[in-house]
Design a protein. Structure first.
Ligand code: SF4
Ligand code: SF4
Length: 237
């Protein structure tokens, strides 16, 4: 764990971590991570230097219903968890701002207009989660939590509050596993092991994934969820 000096503000930095953890967990977060974002280009982190990652574990009961296609229940659950993450992130943001730190909460599920990647969001939640040391990126390009595997959803708050940050993950722990590669009905997962800084399109074809979901699962949440690479992964099963 890195340490840094707390300038000007009355709360010691470890109190910030504990206040945020207590608040997040009281509201339903499974785990909270803290990251140093200053290693990223400034425009990719909206000039903020710290990230707070909110993890919510998805329901095993609901995921276990998924066989060869997503279910309506999974789609509803996915949306409910996203709403809960957004609520938790908002409450943490308000607590940080009450301490004098303007912050930004990135919605759990949000796409922005990016001519280079129409499937990306305003800030990549996975980036904050990896820099927090909570897990790695799987061959599936999903964030793989060290305990819950891909069975999580993630939210992020960008801030300059003086929090203690975790040690970034530097390597994949997928090993020789290729389960998600063969489970993907769109053949969208290339099968490469993730390394830090690797572009997402070297891991999987986001367009092929999106097209498959739209065509095959349009009747379930208008084709925005699949979940087959999540339920196939042995981590967190
Ligand atoms: S969500 Fe479905 S289509 Fe997309 S990569 Fe995973 S298994 Fe393949
Ligand atoms: S299924 Fe195997 S290869 Fe794919 S993300 Fe999970 S551990 Fe990694």
């Amino acid at each position: 764990m890195k340490k840094e000096v707390n300038h000007n503000h009355s709360l010691p930095q470890n109190n910030f971590n504990q206040i945020i953890i207590n608040l997040g967990q009281a509201l339903g977060a499974t785990e909270i991570g803290f990251s140093d974002l200053s290693v990223l280009p400034a425009q990719k982190r909206m000039d903020f230097t710290r990230g707070i990652t909110v993890i919510i574990k998805l329901s095993d009961g609901i995921l276990n219903q998924i066989g060869t296609a997503p279910t309506q229940t999974y789609f509803s659950h996915y949306r409910s968890v996203n709403r809960l993450i957004d609520d938790i992130c908002l409450r943490i943001l308000l607590a940080l701002e009450a301490q004098g730190y303007p912050s930004v909460a990135i919605p759990a599920s949000q796409s922005v207009v990016d001519p280079e990647d129409q499937f990306t969001g305003a800030f990549q939640h996975k980036t904050g989660a990896i820099l927090s040391g909570l897990g790695w990126i799987g061959r599936s390009a999903l964030f793989i939590h060290q305990r819950y595997g891909p069975r999580v959803r993630i939210g992020t708050i960008l801030t300059n509050a003086p929090i203690i940050v975790g040690e970034p993950t530097t390597e994949s722990a997928c090993g020789s596993c290729l389960t998600c590669v063969s489970a993907c009905p769109a053949m969208a997962i290339e099968g490469h092991l993730w390394k830090p800084g690797m572009p997402r399109n070297e891991l999987y074809d986001a367009y092929a994934c999106s097209q498959h979901m739209k065509e095959a699962y349009h009747h379930i949440g208008r084709g925005v969820v699949c979940g087959l690479c999540i339920v196939a992964c042995p981590i967190g099963k």
